[in-house]
Write a protein that binds this ligand. Structure first.
Ligand SMILES: *Cc1c(COP(=O)(O)O)cnc(C)c1O
Length: 232
């Protein structure tokens, strides 16, 4: 099936799960070329999310994302920050005070305000990206003091589920975290986006409150080889 047909089917599935709520569809474009990305944009995805700075920079130079937002969703290395700030609309995968600081400095140097999400390691897997949920208030307090950025919400990449439904409890925990920390009203923090759910589980994530989903395989088909999700 073609990319535009896939996008249409994903949108239909989103609508069924969302019951009228607005859900942003981010095409996870890693390992797909500029032409495939253009087709997804033409079919009406809201954003394209890349995992690697280099892939982003190459496809961006070709204008592949024109007409959609640009997001960075992969593991963020310190030395890539300057190449992304001001070029992407949303960095979804910020998980340390050090990264907050680097993003803030670069954004202020450019005279922009960079929108970001904080990535949460919701299943507590130590080797993965993301901060533990209990570290969120402290990181939001850090962000509140940095005028070069604005926290727009939370993101997570739960473990690959062994069985359908296995990640539902993690999505529910994310929703609670999103609500709890939204109420605290930090400066520079507005909990607008809860980014969770991928090809295998986005309807579940939406049922638990996601309003931004990141779909790769469901739009582009299988990638040429397996990349550990959320890794560079
Ligand atoms: C690859 C990727 C996705 C999409 O994964 P699919 O299972 O192909 O839909 C979503 N989020 C992140 C961070 C990814 O790396």
């Amino acid at each position: 099936m073609g990319i535009s047909e896939n996008v249409r089917l994903v949108r239909e599935t989103i609508e069924r799960a969302a019951g009228g709520r607005r859900v942003y569809l981010v095409a996870a474009t890693k390992m797909n070329g500029a032409e495939a990305v253009r087709q997804a944009v033409a079919a009406g995805v809201d954003a394209c999310g890349e995992n690697r700075e280099q892939e982003f920079t190459e496809k961006n130079a070709l204008g592949a994302y024109d007409g959609a937002e640009k997001h960075f969703i992969g593991h963020l290395q310190r030395n890539k920050v300057n190449k992304l700030v001001g070029k992407v609309d949303l960095i979804q995968s910020v998980d340390s005070a050090e990264l907050l600081d680097l993003i803030d400095r670069r954004a202020r140097a450019l005279g922009v305000v960079q929108d970001i999400l904080i990535e949460i390691s919701i299943a507590g897997e130590e080797q993965k990206s993301g901060i533990p949920p209990e570290a969120l208030p402290e990181l939001l307090a850090c962000a509140a003091a940095l005028p070069g950025l604005r926290v727009r919400g939370l993101m997570c990449v739960p473990p690959i589920a062994a069985a359908p439904g296995d990640n539902r409890r993690y999505f529910a925990a994310m929703r609670q975290l999103f609500i709890d920390n939204g109420e605290k009203k930090y400066h520079n923090v507005s909990m607008d986006f809860l980014s969770m759910g991928m090809t295998d589980d986005y309807p579940e994530a939406i049922a638990e409150g996601a309003n931004m989903v990141r779909v790769g395989t469901g739009i582009f088909g299988p990638r040429p080889y397996h990349v550990a999700e959320g890794q560079p």
